[in-house]
Each structure stands twice: as structure tokens, then as C-alpha cells.
Design a protein around this ligand. Structure first.
Ligand SMILES: Cc1cc2nc3c(=O)[nH]c(=O)nc-3n(C[C@H](O)[C@H](O)[C@H](O)COP(=O)(O)OP(=O)(O)OC[C@H]3O[C@@H](n4cnc5c(N)ncnc54)[C@H](O)[C@@H]3O)c2cc1C
Length: 416
């Protein structure tokens, strides 16, 4: 099941070794802790739900985190810089844009394929001191006591066993079973949309520009990739999804071309497609006794602004700051997983999570509406974006993940 035999006592037990759980384990490793990552699906299978064929736009703060963990050089080798973001509203004149040069940064973000990022993270996990990957295995039950959390681990095909952690972290995704076992409710509302993803060859070089085009059916993003290809994330209504997915490659490319237009020339050579149902989900609490909920288990966002993983990495960085400070102060009262530490974490994360939920949900609703006054408002918004001083800079800071009070790793500062 794992290269290292499971032990009974850990400092931190992480449920879920997807993009967020793995990043957290790697970020905690320099602190000299014993960390267990319990992951249901092996990274080498095609069905791994986190490290799949999606492309992720990493923000500046995410890039800095990976830099601080010593992983950026490896990730950068497979990543494509975003130097401009171009936002347009189908059927309207004008567009809004953000330019890396204007923001005085080398890139606004970077695009990387999840499967590639997963390979880098899982390889690093194998080398990380003190980190034990238990995979394939699921956490099926949890007991919380004042001094420790006990997790029941069910390995594929062998006898379940228990492990203890001073801190238990639920990083098992939007439908988190561990969040439920902790008694934390999540508010969930389906968007009635699916995101269809894949990649294609544009007729005109995409030139490190990320495009976000709002259409009546939903937003359509095209992101720059290596080899002059473009990754697309096309939101279609649930009622139209089956029809769109059943189209053959030629008909699908034509439909996508109609939605996007010819700004990038004629589309061709489409790759494999996949679809994701879209739901907004928010955990009503972030902590329980000796435990904390992070990543998609805490907040599942619409992919419209490409922020879900970036937001989750700020959860990771903040949790690491709180754990590191608790270790440095070195008294039992500030022991990792103690209520004081968990309260500090929850307080720190509240505003960033709330803002991003409101921002992404607001964008989907504002651009999805057919109401005339709201359409007028969004036209004014697009104009204001380019002409009202400060609006664009503030938007760029949010997009790059640089707004608000940032924890050390999100600023690129190693913990040790
Ligand atoms: C179409 C699309 C495009 C996106 N694009 C971007 C983007 O460009 N930028 C961005 O920042 N974000 C993006 N996101 C969001 C991003 O993909 C998610 O925020 C991110 O995957 C969350 O990672 P996670 O580890 O929290 O959850 P998940 O990726 O869901 O991983 C959870 C892991 O937990 C495991 N697991 C589940 N239950 C258990 C259990 N009981 N025990 C053990 N293990 C368990 C699963 O096998 C899985 O590996 C996008 C999302 C979608 C749908």
C-alpha cells in the first residue's frame, strides 16, 4: 500500500492526497513532522480525480508557494506563462484586459496540466522526510478527543486499521466524506452547468494570452499551453451538455468556434474531452475538535476565474504558518491542532474565502443574466475596468492571489 509501513501515531493526518492534500504534506515536511496522507486513488490510474487532464492556471501566489517548496523549477519546465488576460462579452463591443508589463511582473500566472503537476507533487512526496502516503486507502470513520483525532483507514482489499493525529485535515474534495464525519455541514447549490474541457490548435498563435469570453450559455476560457496549443474550459447548460458532448470532433470544434469567434483564427486538432458538473459549495465551519477542512472540501468554486486551487493553496500556506508558529512557541497550550491554533486559522481564512466565493459566483450570475439593467451594469463595469484608475490594478492583485494579508509561503518565504 505504501513504500513505508503505516505507523499508529502521526502529528498530522491528511484525508485526500489530491492537489491540495499533497501540497499540504510537502509544505509541512520541512517542519520535521510525521505526516500521513490517506488517498483513495493511485496517481498512476487514469481515474485519479485530482491529477487529471484539466489545465490549471496557477496564480503568482501559488507559484511563489511552489518556489518556497523548491518545486518551481520542475513545474516551470512544463508550465506556460500568462502575460495578458483578455475578457470579452459576446455580442458587445469592447473588452477589458490586464497586462503583466503594466503590473510590472514577468507573468500574471502560469498554466500547467494537472496530470503533470501531479507527477511532480507525487514524486516529491516520495522523497519528503516524515511523510507517509497510504494509498489506495480511504478514511471511513473519525473519532475526536481533546488530545487527538483517530481516523479509521480502510485500505483497498486488506483489514481496516486506526491511526492517530494531533491534527486531522480534510482535503478530500468538494463531496468530502471526512467533512461529514466531522459533523460540518456544507451549503451546496448546483449551477445547472457543466464545464467541458480539452485542448485544441488555434489558427493564430495564442501568444501567452488567456481569454475569458462570456457568452449567453456561460463563460468560455482559452488558456495558453506548450506547443502553441490552447486549453479550453467551456461552460454549457446542464440541459445542453449531453448534446454538446455527443458531437463529433468536427461539429464540436465548429460549436466552440461559434461561441468564441475568430480572434484566434480557425480551431483544429481537438484532443480528448471531459465534463465536470458545476456546484458552489461552502463549508459552514472550517474547524472541529483537532481538525480542519481545506481546499475544495471547504469551498468548491465555479472555474470562471480559475481560482479554486489557488484559493486552496492559500489555505495550505495559512495552515502551515499557524502550525509553524504553534511549534515555535513550544508550549502545550499552542500544540498543533489545539483550539487556539484552529481559531487563528479560521479567523485568518474567513475573509479571503468569502471574497472569492462572492466574486466567482457574482461573475457567473452577472454575465449569465438576461436582465436589461444588469446587462447595462456589466457594460459599465467593463468600461470602468479600463478607465477608472485603480480598478484594473485591484482586479489584477486579486487574480494573482496577492491581495490581503498573505501567509509566508504565499509570499515565497520558506517556513524554515
Ligand atoms: C473544469 C475545471 C477547471 C479548473 N481550473 C482551475 C484553474 O485554472 N485554477 C484553479 O486555481 N483552480 C481550478 N479549478 C479548481 C481546482 O481543480 C480544484 O480547486 C482543486 O482540484 C481542488 O483540489 P482538492 O485537492 O481540494 O480536491 P480534489 O481535487 O477533489 O481532490 C480530493 C482527493 O481526495 C481523495 N479522496 C476523496 N475521498 C477520500 C477519502 N474518504 N479518503 C481518502 N481520500 C479521499 C480523492 O481521490 C482526490 O484525490 C478547476 C476546476 C474545474 C472543475
Amino acid at each position: 500500500m505504501s513504500k513505508r509501513e503505516p505507523q499508529q501515531d502521526y502529528d498530522v493526518v491528511i484525508a485526500g492526497g489530491g492537489m491540495i492534500g499533497t501540497s499540504l504534506a510537502l509544505a509541512l515536511a520541512p517542519l520535521g513532522l510525521q505526516v500521513a496522507v490517506v488517498e483513495a486513488v493511485s496517481a498512476s490510474t487514469q481515474t485519479q480525480p485530482s491529477f487529471d487532464d484539466r489545465s490549471t492556471a496557477l496564480s503568482r501566489s501559488s507559484q511563489r508557494l511552489f518556489e518556497a517548496l523548491g518545486l518551481w523549477t520542475e513545474i516551470a519546465a512544463a508550465a506556460t506563462p500568462i502575460r495578458k488576460i483578455h475578457v470579452s462579452d459576446k455580442g458587445r463591443f469592447g473588452f477589458a484586459h490586464i497586462d503583466a508589463r503594466e503590473q510590472r511582473v514577468e507573468a500574471l500566472g502560469y498554466v500547467v496540466i494537472n496530470r503533470v503537476l501531479g507527477t511532480v507533487l507525487r514524486d516529491a512526496l516520495d522523497r519528503a522526510p516524515g511523510v507517509h502516503l497510504l494509498c489506495p486507502a480511504r478514511i471511513t470513520d473519525v473519532r475526536l478527543a481533546p488530545e487527538r483525532a483517530v481516523a479509521v483507514v480502510d485500505p483497498d482489499g486488506s483489514t481496516p486499521f486506526e491511526i492517530n493525529g494531533r491534527l486531522l485535515v480534510a482535503a478530500d474534495g468538494a463531496n468530502s466524506n471526512v467533512r461529514q464525519l466531522l459533523g460540518i455541514t456544507a451549503q451546496q447549490s448546483a449551477y445547472g452547468q457543466r464545464a467541458v474541457i480539452g485542448n485544441l490548435q488555434p489558427g493564430i498563435a495564442i501568444d501567452n494570452i488567456a481569454y475569458e469570453r462570456f457568452t449567453p450559455a456561460g463563460p468560455l476560457a482559452l488558456l495558453p499551453m506548450t506547443d502553441d496549443r490552447a486549453a479550453f474550459v467551456w461552460t454549457v447548460s446542464e440541459t445542453d451538455a449531453e448534446r454538446v458532448l455527443a458531437l463529433d470532433d468536427h461539429a464540436f470544434l465548429q460549436a466552440l468556434q461559434t461561441a468564441f469567434g475568430y480572434r484566434l483564427g480557425a480551431f483544429s486538432k481537438i484532443g480528448k474531452r471531459a465534463a465536470y458538473p458545476l456546484t458552489l459549495s461552502k463549508a459552514l465551519r472550517l474547524t472541529a475538535t483537532r481538525s480542519v477542512v481545506i481546499g475544495n472540501a471547504a469551498h468548491g468554486l465555479h472555474p470562471v476565474a480559475a481560482q479554486g486551487f489557488n484559493l486552496g493553496l492559500r489555505d495550505v500556506a495559512t495552515l502551515c504558518d499557524c502550525v509553524s508558529d504553534a511549534l515555535e512557541s513550544g508550549t502545550d497550550a499552542t500544540d498543533i491542532g489545539a483550539a487556539q491554533m484552529l481559531d487563528r486559522y479560521a479567523e485568518w481564512r474567513r475573509s479571503d474565502q468569502k471574497k472569492l466565493v462572492q466574486f466567482t459566483d457574482g461573475l457567473v450570475r452577472l454575465f449569465g443574466t438576461q436582465s436589461r439593467p444588469l446587462r447595462r451594469l456589466r457594460n459599465l463595469g467593463m468600461l470602468g475596468f479600463d478607465f477608472i484608475p485603480g480598478v484594473r490594478d485591484e482586479f489584477a492583485r486579486q487574480t494573482m492571489g496577492l491581495a490581503g494579508r498573505l501567509p509566508r509561503l504565499s509570499r515565497g518565504v520558506p517556513l524554515r
